[in-house]
Design a protein around this ligand. Structure first.
Ligand SMILES: Cc1cc2nc3c(=O)[nH]c(=O)nc-3n(C[C@H](O)[C@H](O)[C@H](O)COP(=O)(O)OP(=O)(O)OC[C@H]3O[C@@H](n4cnc5c(N)ncnc54)[C@H](O)[C@@H]3O)c2cc1C
Length: 387
């Protein structure tokens, strides 16, 4: 078990730091730090900058344009990216559908999609959840009926993040209504401008368009756009995240939030009042990072990883929310509209107040998205503890 980072990995960390300080536009990084919206051009431009260094897809093997890093290096890279306030990479393309195309795609699909993902020429959204299928994803009902060389898709997907910006969607559709639920699902790659697709906004309670509901009315999709075999889409979906499950701890995000807490507290006359709760958060963060490092190095040494990453998902999402609460207690009041004049030259933390208030709402979703906390509890109880 390795809980310390080796000298060689420290040098790697330094190399990432140098690259970021030389290549990340300070104006862009400031926008990320303050939680201001990033334009598609800025996001794509940053992806292309990383791609020139071969770092756009940290999780892809070298043969398809990735750096072939160990899990530990990816974890360290993630921390540096967050601490330098680099824009988030397009997770749906790089972490989800990309690895699935690498594993299940035909040569033709790989040649077509992978270079476009690497160069940010296309962007994706994920069409899994439906009004009647969330935790119980195997009950998806969106139908795809074979008609010659095409599928005809009808139904609806919900909570589809980024559907308003994406030009592609990867979908789970039902192709067999008679089989066991898991055995009648197919994985499709579709274009969002296909006739018959309608996207309607769903607003989160911070007022932002966080999701969409996407409707499919007799949308025709070539059968060649299927990923993997027909009726075997469940296996593709289950394997899609593959070892990505190991990187769900949000340690990098928590480290960035901790640095925000420290700088906001630096001038706060009330800081003594936060000492105990801050210490408790730091201890939880270090324990989480140690657990993440333990699992990452176990994986890098070739050991099988079971359901333990569910602990990282559960504890990581809860920690971010508790960091949010502390930040909000420290600077939240400065986000009130009547206090906006205090931000210019105001107390430390004033400039991040909007971002803190927005994050407090936005991060509520962390204990739901990608499998709710209750589901993680079930997995840990049954598969880790054997209860
Ligand atoms: C920020 C965010 C972004 C998202 N983005 C996307 C996206 O891009 N694409 C997409 O397809 N989906 C997306 N989702 C949807 C997400 O995957 C679902 O919300 C999630 O899977 C839960 O499903 P549900 O909302 O239908 O809740 P349900 O499954 O209906 O659950 C409702 C409640 O019942 C509990 N529950 C359910 N089953 C059990 C059980 N067996 N044991 C104990 N408790 C149980 C749950 O924990 C929850 O509290 C997103 C969600 C969020 C919050």
């Amino acid at each position: 078990m390795q809980l310390q980072v080796s000298e060689e990995d420290r040098r790697f960390q330094q190399e990432v730091r140098t690259f970021l300080s030389e290549n990340l536009d300070p104006h862009l990084s400031r926008k990320v730090k303050l939680g201001y919206p990033i334009s598609k051009e800025e996001q794509d431009g940053w992806t292309r900058t990383l791609n020139t260094r071969g770092w756009a897809a940290p999780n892809w093997p070298v043969e398809v344009g990735g750096p072939g890093w160990t899990m530990l290096r990816r974890h360290l890279f993630d921390i540096e990216m967050k601490m330098h306030h680099a824009p988030e990479l397009q997770g749906f393309g790089f972490s989800m559908v990309g690895p699935a195309i690498i594993k299940y795609g035909t040569q033709q699909q790989q040649n077509y999609y992978l270079p476009m993902i690497l160069n940010a020429d296309i962007s994706w959204c994920q069409g899994y959840s439906e009004p009647q299928a969330g935790s119980d994803l195997a009950s998806v009902r969106t139908r795809a009926v074979v008609d010659g060389d095409e599928y005809v898709v009808s139904g609806s997907k919900i909570w589809t993040s980024a559907a308003e910006r994406a030009d592609h969607i990867f979908m789970l559709v039902r192709t067999d209504t008679e089989a066991k639920p898991q055995l009648g699902i197919t994985f499709l790659l579709m274009e969002m401008n296909d006739p018959g697709i309608t996207v309607k906004p769903l607003l989160a309670f911070n007022g932002k368009r966080l999701w969409n509901q996407v409707f499919f009315d007799q949308v025709r999709v070539p059968r060649a756009n299927r990923l993997g075999e027909e009726n075997r889409g469940w296996s593709v979906a289950k394997n899609l995240l593959g070892n990505e499950r190991l990187l769900v701890s949000r340690v990098a995000e928590s480290r960035r939030m901790l640095s925000n807490i420290m700088s906001a507290l630096s001038e706060d006359p009330q800081k003594a009042a936060f000492r105990e709760s801050l210490a408790a958060l730091v201890i939880r963060l270090e324990a989480l990072d140690a657990t993440a490092l333990r699992l990452l190095t176990k994986f890098d040494k070739g050991h099988e990883i079971g359901a333990e990453p569910s602990m990282l998902k559960l504890k990581g999402s809860q920690l971010v929310q508790d960091m949010d609460r502390m930040l909000y207690e420290i600077v939240g009041y400065l986000a009130l509209p009547q206090d906006s004049t205090m931000r210019e030259g105001g107390p430390a933390g004033a400039e991040i107040a909007d971002m803190v208030a927005s994050g407090l709402f936005h991060h509520r979703g962390y204990t739901i998205a990608g499998g709710t906390s209750e589901i993680q509890h079930n997995i840990i109880a049954q598969q880790v503890l054997g209860l």
